[in-house]
Design a protein around this ligand. Sequence first.
Ligand SMILES: [Zn+2]
Length: 362
Amino acid sequence: MATSFSSLALTQTLSFLPLVQGDTDYRAERREEPGLIETVLAQHGTTVIFVRDGMLAVPNGQAAKVDFETAAVRLASVPGDYVLRGFGGKLDALDVMGVIAVFLGAHGDDPDNVRQVVAFDVSGLAHDGDAQIDRKGGNQAYFAATDLLDKVMGRFDWVALQDFAPHSSAREVGWATTAVALSMWHAAQLYCPRCGSPVLPANAGWAQRCTNEGCRANKSLLFPRVEPAVIVSIVDGQDRLLLQHNKAWKDPARYSVCAGFVEAGENLEHACRREAEEETGLKLGEVKYLGSQPWPFPASLMVAFKARALSVDIQVDRRETTEAAFFTRDEFTEALVSGRIVPPGKSTIARYMIEEWYGRKL
Ligand SMILES: [Zn+2]
């Protein structure tokens, strides 16, 4: 039986994607250990990184470097034992302060030189004015801890994860992505979704527990919800790529591939087909998995596919998608060079999907 050639047959899954966890071992089995954060902070080689309102702490003066293509940027880090001493050896003040400590895991092959990482989410720390931490109503341990945080946080700049990621190592970007994802969740869920009582962080920052003893979420735990979204690069029979402009994008030259949230009761492939048809009127044939990427703004998981359009009859919905067209590689090059098209940002999976089709870096 004769089979027709499919351009998707040669498509490989994407080998590298930004924001995807690096080489850190989560050590998830330790998360329920009582006093884990104190134990880890006291150990040699532990570092503490900081996240606030979705932004990451980098050393003073480094935030400006994200504007320079080749500049390397590191997370600000403070030795764990220094932080623990500042808290008087115990972390009892954390809950009162609204600071959440997250155990991110360990890295390093040498068992004598394992490096552990803890993130401090200081989003809940009340601020008086620009920098001074609010000291109303605290006890002595609280004052000492706020002094320490005032001092170390005065040495930071703050950058967004998307801006930080292209300038750093996969390892640090992995820590940063987890820290931002958990921070966004804790900030959004202050009360138990079952009974409405306040919640407290549990399992070393990876879960929450309801404070109402009569509630089921007090015995069990609350975990972050992840919202899956599909993103699809659509090619036609001549291997041209569909690029589209979304009404919500400020830059009129911004073009990307088709994307949307997965609906209740729907599988990923169906979501691809539905979104493509809604936005551009195109029906899809074969749909092939390309890869996935966490996108914690606030809680998405981007699942990428490549698909073959069954026709080239584009009809944009105009509500969400205002322009869409198929491009040959030459047409795409010309549109990039002339500035008629601006591709998606460096940290996005969309950019890597376009590069996969284009056959070279943007
Ligand atoms: Zn509850």
